[in-house]
Design a binder for this molecule. Structure first.
Ligand SMILES: NC(=O)c1ccc[n+]([C@@H]2O[C@H](COP(=O)([O-])OP(=O)(O)OC[C@H]3O[C@@H](n4cnc5c(N)ncnc54)[C@H](OP(=O)(O)O)[C@@H]3O)[C@@H](O)[C@H]2O)c1
Length: 136
């Protein structure tokens, strides 16, 4: 069975990725910041034994180390660095820049994705890729 790890699976595109992959027969490691609040994802996990939910904030190195340790020798076919934010939405241009939002965005969208990739690089390198067709 091919497998995929998806960050930010509680809602939006990440949740839909989780849904489509698991329905296509993949094993899904669905991560989110607060599993207890991820009701749609938990409901999906309840219907599919091949979907597991894992707590992970991609800005927290201990969380990343924990998921890497959990997956230790598991080859990973696909890593989807989906988790991200759009904090600058509606931010005025020069004169009104919110530097905290800018830094937080960089921490999540850039450093977080790179940290995840670095941590799971060996798992992905051991992959055995399969072809998948998604529904509309
Ligand atoms: N939708 C678009 O039109 C669009 C366009 C361009 C790029 N994107 C990118 O595509 C991705 C998914 O978009 P979306 O529309 O599905 O976004 P969304 O509904 O806002 O979902 C983003 C997900 O990322 C998670 N997340 C945020 N910070 C995190 C962190 N530090 N650690 C772990 N997870 C974190 C959120 O967790 P919580 O649920 O806990 O908040 C949420 O589940 C994002 O990276 C977004 O920037 C989307």
């Amino acid at each position: 069975m091919s497998n995929v790890l998806i960050t930010g699976s509680k809602r939006g595109i990440g949740l839909e990725f989780a849904r489509q992959y698991v329905q296509t027969g993949w094993q899904v490691f669905a991560t989110c910041r607060r599993p207890a609040e991820a009701s749609d994802l938990q409901e999906l996990a309840g219907r599919h034994a091949s979907l597991s939910v894992h707590r992970l904030d991609i800005t927290v190195p201990e969380d990343i180390r924990a998921i890497a340790w959990e997956l230790e020798d598991t080859p990973l076919d696909v890593l989807i660095n989906n988790a991200g934010v759009y904090l600058e939405k509606g931010t005025p241009a020069l004169g009104g820049l919110r530097y905290e939002d800018w830094l937080r965005t960089f921490e999540i969208n850039t450093l977080g994705a790179v940290r995840m990739t670095e941590a799971l690089l060996e798992n992905v390198a051991r992959h055995d890729i399969a072809v998948t067709e998604f529904s509309d």
